[in-house]
Design a binder for this molecule. Sequence first.
Ligand SMILES: Nc1ncnc2c1ncn2[C@@H]1O[C@H](COP(=O)(O)OP(=O)(O)OP(=O)(O)O)[C@@H](O)[C@H]1O
Ligand SMILES: [Mg+2]
Length: 241
Amino acid sequence: MSADQNYPIAPDGSTSADALRVTNLRKAFRSPAGQSIAVLSDVSFSVAAGETVAIMGVSGAGKSTLLNLLGGLEIGDGGTIQFSRLKTGETAGRCPWPGKPASFVFQFHFLLPDLTAVENVALPLMIDRVPGKESLRRAVIALQAIGLGDRLTHKIGDLSGGEQQRVAVARALLTNPQLVLADEPTGNLDASIAEEIGALLVDYARRRRAFVVVATHNDRLASICDRVLLLEHGRIREQTT
Ligand SMILES: Nc1ncnc2c1ncn2[C@@H]1O[C@H](COP(=O)(O)OP(=O)(O)OP(=O)(O)O)[C@@H](O)[C@H]1O
Ligand SMILES: [Mg+2]
């Protein structure tokens, strides 16, 4: 089964959306004392297929919260998240794609330390029931494509921080998702790694006509993205350079 079959079918039979549209999205949390903390008060923006968008904003602005809502890990209090051309039901604040449309890349990449680089990358395919040999073959190609062909059988702990992050990106992209959500994917890594990771994501978005949304504090990474959105006081505004 191809990974694309995880996506709902658009009215015209295709499996890709051409725009991601977020409208008046709201999310508040309750503090332990029971007070409401409004994190996203009125967030609206759209992303075209093939675009990579950076979300910037101070710590606590709500970047991770927004990514979690887009990926369906959390449910908003109101507003909508829509993918145009797809025939999906709308539920307030809820990501309308059922199943597992989004692929996440986290700052603390959550690779499995006892597995090798190639085994880590192959894992999502195996979970998708792609046969083991074929999963490993595709993982090898993905790692070779990002310059890690001579690190295939290294255990994760024996790789540098930047190499681990690249493995995490390869793993996130191998199942060919149309929605990629990267939360601080470069952590504290140096500028050249930030650029490399940014270039991988931008290139993937263009080739796959995917939506890539990257939450980051890293100016170098943000500058490689097609657009920068600033999340401030619970709202999004386009940052013009
Ligand atoms: N489950 C939760 N319960 C209560 N408050 C929460 C919860 N999750 C997030 N928050 C609060 O919401 C606010 C936004 O958090 P979020 O993690 O989205 O910020 P961020 O912009 O990603 O910050 P950073 O740049 O530090 O990663 C923070 O003040 C945080 O304490
Ligand atoms: Mg965060």
